[in-house]
Design a protein around this ligand. Structure first.
Ligand SMILES: C[S@@+](CC[C@H](N)C(=O)[O-])C[C@H]1O[C@@H](n2cnc3c(N)ncnc32)[C@H](O)[C@@H]1O
Length: 394
């Protein structure tokens, strides 16, 4: 791998729809040659930037360092080419190994089989050269490799993150449908929250929006409480890493705004508080057990972010009425506010009855969702949302 002063190609992977936010985060970190891909951003940087990417990026899922590409026309060729690489530069037989594979190819259909072939090629090389071989540890390996095959083009990358970056280490307790931390951070960033005024999550579940919003406003590095794959690499620079972590703590700040999270379910409120405690932001968030339909805004204007139930277990009439009630309550009780709602239930969303000023396609796990922005303008008394601007889609 490269010396600290050298730059090399890096690929940060993300979720669909968050690529531009990730590119902006990378620009702020000092990345160069930034190129947007689908669900990823390619850039150049040195070892310090690689470490910082893992520590600071809120919208990245993984940070990969591609190190070789070649064409393979069949599985045996894949095996042969991988076996030709000198793996002793990166591993010893005592190390453990994990392989992730993604394939988009007519030849290599099965990503699991591709991973297996890659693993065989590496361990067979060790067995031949040293008589012993590294073992596989899918959970906590010393080296995690990523194999990506597009058509016949194979790209091998070192996975510098290890566990995916959404695992910030604060959410040990979960409610039923928790939101991925990377998606939650992306939505907070899209909402324009900078730590001023107030931000409400009236259906907070396990509290992901509130925690991500607090960490963003306080400039707390999302990776502060976890470890990364690169810390076990042969070329790991412990001194550089300590310096980067110390600088991140120094850059934390106070902010003036307020975050209020509530949920109908007291258990969800308790879980949110426990998660916030682990993230170190519990004193920055107010938690309440409350029904959104009885709620009142704490001031004249603010941001609401919420992720209502999608209604998989409800009759369609019930869920349509429920979304209609959300719209009514926003319209009558929250004039002057901006609400961002994410839902996979496209039909129910139509019944919110407010005109969205932005629609963004995102995925919550495998569910295709729309994040919609509603601006409740101050109207004449009792006429919230009187001036509805035209809808904008992207
Ligand atoms: C999909 S979950 C939210 C998940 C959350 N974004 C997270 O990251 O864990 C929906 C939440 O809405 C809450 N909820 C449903 N109806 C509500 C209401 N009328 N008032 C307040 N909370 C409600 C549920 O208790 C549930 O925790």
């Amino acid at each position: 791998m490269n010396e600290p002063t050298n730059t090399f190609e890096i690929v940060a992977k993300t979720q669909f729809g968050l690529e531009e936010l990730l590119a902006a985060e990378l620009k702020a970190l000092g990345a160069t040659d930034i190129e947007l891909l689908t669900r990823a951003v390619k850039y150049r940087g040195d070892k310090a930037l690689l470490y910082k990417s893992n520590l600071h990026l809120r919208t990245a899922l993984k940070v990969l360092v591609p190190f070789t590409s070649f064409y393979a026309h069949h599985e045996n060729q894949l095996y042969k080419r991988i076996r030709q690489i000198d793996w002793s530069r990166h591993l010893t037989p005592k190390h453990t190994l994990a392989i992730d594979a993604t394939t988009n190819s007519d030849i290599f259909h099965h990503s699991k089989f591709t991973a297996l072939k890659t693993k065989d090629a590496i361990v067979d090389q060790f067995r031949d050269r040293f008589g012993i071989r590294p073992s596989v540890d899918v959970e906590n390996p010393d080296l995690r490799l990523n194999v990506h095959i597009h058509d016949k083009l194979v790209t091998l990358s070192f996975d510098s993150s290890g566990n995916t970056l959404d695992r910030r280490g604060y959410r040990l307790s979960r409610t039923e449908a928790p939101m991925n931390e990377v998606l939650a951070a992306g939505i907070v960033m899209l909402s324009g929250w900078t730590g001023q005024g107030y931000l409400l999550d009236p259906m907070c579940g396990s509290g992901t929006f509130g925690i991500e919003a607090a960490m963003l406003a306080a400039n707390i590095a999302p990776g502060k409480r976890r470890t990364f794959g690169f810390e076990r690499w042969k070329d790991f620079d412990g001194e550089l890493w300590s310096k980067i972590k110390a600088e991140a703590v120094q850059a934390e700040r106070n902010y003036s705004g307020q975050i209020i999270c509530s949920d109908l379910d007291q258990h969800a409120v308790d879980i949110s508080e426990q998660n916030a405690k682990r993230a170190g932001v519990e004193r920055k968030i107010i938690y309440r057990q409350a029904d959104f339909f009885d709620s009142k805004p704490p001031g004249e204007s603010g941001i609401l972010l919420f992720n209502p139930p999608y209604g998989e277990r409800l009759e369609s009439d019930d869920i349509v009425n429920y979304y209609q009630e959300i719209g009514n309550h926003l319209k009558h009780t929250y004039p002057g506010h901006t609400a961002w709602i994410i839902s996979a239930n496209a039909e129910a969303m139509k019944h919110v009855g407010l005109r969205p000023t932005r629609k963004i396609k995102l995925f919550n796990g495998s569910l295709e969702c729309r994040l919609q922005k509603f601006e409740m303008f101050m109207g004449k008394k009792g006429e919230g949302n009187a001036k509805t601007p035209p809808a904008i889609s992207n």
